[in-house]
Design a protein around this ligand. Structure first.
Ligand code: 13P
Ligand code: SF4
Length: 301
C-alpha cells in the first residue's frame, strides 16, 4: 500500500484539509495541504473551505483551530500530542497578578491551554508578538507563559513594564549558550538563526531571531551559505528542500519536540479512516478563549 496515495484519496473523499506545523516529521509535512508557523496555521484554520481539519501538531494548535471555528470538525492525529509549556501557568495566578495593577494587559503566547487563553486579553505568536504588544495602550504587560519570549520582547520595548512568568519550552531551554559557542567554533562561517523561545543568552549570539517560518524565509532569501539552527529540528526538512546548495547545522542532539514527533504518517492514515480524535471544547470556555485569539488576528493585520 502506498500510504501517501491512500492519504490523498481519503482526505479528498472525506473533505479534510490537513494542516501541519514545521516541527512534525518531513513525511507528514509532505502530505499536508498547508504547512507553516503557529500564526499561519491559526489563520488558515479560519480560511480552508473543507468542513474537516486534520491537525498535525500539538493540542494547543488544534484547540485554537476549534476555538476560532466551532462549526468545523477539528481532528488531532494523536490526542496525546501536547506542549508542556501550554500548562505552565494557571488561571488563579493570572487573576492574582492582574488584581495588583490598574493598567495591565495579559498577553498570552498561543502555546497555552484554552483555560489560560480564557483568562487573557490578547494572544500572540512569535511572529506577531512585537507588533501586537506595541499596539496595546497598557504600560504593564503580564506576558505568559513563556519567560524567554517575554524577556526578548521586553528588550525591544523599554517603554513597557513587563511582568514575567517562569514558563519555558523544554526543547529551546535545552539549547545552551555553550552549545551554540561550540557550534560557532566548528562552523565559523555559519550564521546563527534562533527562535525567540531560546534563552536571552542564546539570542545574544544569534544573527537572526524569528518564528519557524521567518527562520526558513531568512535562510532561503539570504546570500549566506551555511547556518546554525537554534530551534526544533523539524524545520530542517523545508530548509534543506528549498536550499539544496546551503548547509544547515543543529546546535545539539536534543532539538526534538516529543509532542510534535508523535504525528506520524501511519497515524494520519488511521485517523483519516476512523475520523476519531475530535477536538471538543466546553462552549462557555470556547467563547471566552475566542476573544483573545480574535483580537490577535485583528491586531496582527
Ligand atoms: P512558531 O510560531 O515559530 O511556529 O512556533 C511554534 C512553537 O511551538 C515553537 O516552539
Ligand atoms: Fe511546545 Fe516547545 Fe514543542 Fe513548541 S517545541 S510545541 S513550545 S514543547
Amino acid at each position: 500500500m502506498n500510504l501517501n496515495e491512500e492519504i490523498k484519496k481519503l482526505k479528498e473523499k472525506k473533505e479534510v484539509a490537513i494542516l501541519a506545523h514545521y516541527y512534525v516529521e518531513g513525511a507528514v509535512q509532505d502530505i499536508a495541504d498547508y504547512v507553516g508557523d503557529s500564526y499561519y496555521l491559526s489563520k488558515m484554520a479560519t480560511e480552508v473551505p473543507q468542513k474537516n481539519i486534520l491537525f498535525c501538531g500539538v493540542k494547543f494548535m488544534g484547540e485554537s483551530a476549534k476555538i476560532l471555528n466551532p462549526e468545523k470538525h477539528v481532528i488531532m492525529v494523536d490526542e496525546q500530542a501536547d506542549c508542556p509549556m501550554a500548562h505552565m501557568i494557571d488561571a488563579k495566578t493570572i487573576d492574582n497578578i492582574r488584581a495588583k495593577y490598574d493598567d495591565i494587559a495579559v498577553v498570552c503566547y498561543i502555546n497555552s491551554s484554552a483555560e489560560i487563553k480564557a483568562h487573557s486579553d490578547v494572544c500572540v505568536t512569535s511572529s506577531n508578538a512585537f507588533k501586537i504588544v506595541s499596539k496595546l495602550p497598557q504600560k504593564n504587560i503580564l506576558f505568559i507563559p513563556d519567560n524567554h519570549l517575554g524577556t526578548y520582547l521586553s528588550t525591544k520595548m523599554p517603554n513597557k513594564h513587563f511582568v514575567f512568568h517562569h514558563g519555558y519550552c523544554p526543547v529551546h531551554q535545552d539549547i545552551r549558550m555553550e552549545d551554540v559557542k561550540r557550534a560557532k567554533q566548528a562552523h565559523p562561517e555559519a550564521e546563527v538563526l534562533a527562535h525567540p523561545e531560546c534563552s536571552i543568552d542564546v539570542l545574544s549570539l544569534a544573527h537572526y531571531i524569528g518564528s519557524t517560518s521567518e527562520i526558513i524565509d531568512y535562510a532561503t532569501k539570504s546570500g549566506g551559505e551555511s547556518f546554525i539552527i537554534a530551534t526544533e529540528d523539524g524545520v530542517l526538512h523545508k530548509l534543506r528542500s528549498e536550499n539544496a546548495n546551503k548547509k544547515f547545522y543543529l546546535v545539539n542532539e536534543k532539538q526534538q519536540c516529543l509532542g510534535m514527533k508523535m504525528n506520524t504518517l501511519e497515524k494520519v492514515y488511521d485517523v483519516l479512516n476512523s475520523m476519531e480524535n475530535e477536538m471538543l471544547l466546553n462552549e462557555e470556555l470556547r467563547q471566552k478563549a475566542q476573544a483573545p485569539l480574535t483580537k490577535m488576528h485583528e491586531l496582527a493585520e
